[in-house]
Ligand binder design. Structure first.
Ligand code: NAP
Length: 360
């Protein structure tokens, strides 16, 4: 299996340490988002778990150390959202970054959800977005957001109103780039007619591949950057889980259909085979393979959710190698052989105007 050459036309900067299985640690790859000044690391820290809600609770000191570890390892983008811990994740990001100044760390956050207690619903109205941006800026202890993303589409609000609100924030300099999350291709196309969109944020990992049908090709055609969420499939691709793994409290994996038997065993079998394949061919584990696979799929940033500093110790081992076509084919074979009953991440969608709590 050969290493793949980078395409010189794309916005991705790879270090010149292209090699396969030497175990050499590479420099972080970078990618431009819109404005040439907005250059992000291709691995970003995801902070949903740090907020605790739907992840069995938050450990603030550990979260602060995780953010410090992320920046030490060369991660320069942090993805968060008001709803993660109902403000707590943003507050933690603010506390972690403010003492040293923002400098080179890019903050990506979101808008378009509201909550009452722990009941979450969509609200992407102009009024809600104006309120949310001010709250986010306070919690993040900053006066601008590098990437501001609509978290979920809100069918009850005209897209012109939502997109118009974001366009205004861009003009005011409160946000530097705009993204959309969980929008399909036609919704994204419509949104882009009203306001410049720089990024999309869909679920994308080895097990959740819907975007390959149309959103990913669309992003490649149009220059949109893809922030791939649940890069580790909510920890399933970390390689640490077994059939005996249990989750506490409100941890969403207690209801995530991938983590329920008999399906859980199918996914665990795939993880085990992928791990064997990664070790034999690249001297890496399944987690590193999962992140590398995302980066090799196009103009992507992998959102790696971590809540303990040791989660990130191998980040730099994602760089310096890549997957060729034969490897990609073998990965497809492993997935098809192991997973007879695949299921997607649809269970995470928050209700449009209902009152049941939901993921975001
Ligand atoms: N836009 C949206 O609607 C949306 C939706 C979902 C996610 N996101 C974004 O994407 C980010 C990542 O997705 P995600 O939070 O769903 O999860 P993920 O990145 O797929 O998985 C995160 C979990 O993997 C485990 N993990 C990470 N590194 C590990 C390591 N080295 N060893 C062992 N386990 C490890 C940890 O679980 P344990 O601590 O439990 O072991 C961690 O909480 C989020 O934080 C958020 O920023 C966005």
């Amino acid at each position: 299996m050969r290493t793949k050459q980078a395409n010189p036309q794309n916005p991705i900067t790879k270090p010149d340490t292209q090699q396969r299985s030497t175990g050499r640690i590479g420099d972080m790859e970078k990618i431009k988002i819109g404005d040439p000044d907005v250059v992000a690391s291709r691995i970003a820290l995801g902070t949903w778990a740090i907020g605790g809600w739907m992840w069995g609770g938050s450990d603030v000191p550990s979260a602060l150390r995780t953010i410090e570890a992320a920046t030490d390892h060369g991660i320069t983008m942090i993805d968060t959202a008001p709803v993660y811990g109902f403000g707590l994740a943003e507050e933690i990001v603010g506390r972690a970054l403010a003492p040293n100044g923002r400098k080179r760390i890019l903050i990506a956050t979101k808008c378009g959800l509201e909550w009452h207690g722990e009941k979450v619903r969509r609200n992407a109205s102009l009024t809600r977005i104006r309120e949310e941006i001010e709250d986010s800026l306070k919690r993040l202890q900053t006066d601008y957001i590098d990437l501001y993303q609509l978290h979920w589409p809100d069918p009850e609000i005209p897209m012109e109103e939502t997109a118009g609100a974001l366009a205004k924030l861009l003009r005011e300099g409160k946000v530097r780039a705009i993204g959309v999350s969980n929008l399909d291709r036609s919704q994204t196309e419509k949104f882009r007619q009203i306001v410049p969109v720089h990024t999309i944020q869909p679920p994308y990992n080895l097990f959740e591949r819907d975007i390959e049908r149309d959103l990913l090709p669309y992003a490649k055609e149009t220059g949109l950057i893809v922030l791939a969420y649940s890069a580790l499939c909510r920890g399933l691709l970390s390689g640490r889980m077994s059939a005996a793994t249990r989750f506490d409290g409100d941890d969403l994996r207690r209801v995530d259909p991938k983590f329920q038997q008999p399906r859980f065993n199918q996914y665990l079998a795939a993880v085990s085979e992928l791990d064997r394949f990664a070790r034999e061919n690249f001297g890496r584990n399944v987690l590193l393979l999962a992140v590398r696979w995302i980066l090799d799929k196009g103009p992507t940033i992998a959102l790696w959710g971590a809540r303990r500093p040791e989660h990130l110790h191998a980040v730099r081992q994602v760089a310096g190698w890549s997957l060729d076509e034969a490897s990609t084919r073998e990965i497809e074979r492993i997935l098809a052989a192991a997973i007879a009953d695949p299921v997607g991440p649809q269970f995470m969608a928050p209700p449009e105007r209902a009152t049941e709590p939901a993921a975001a």
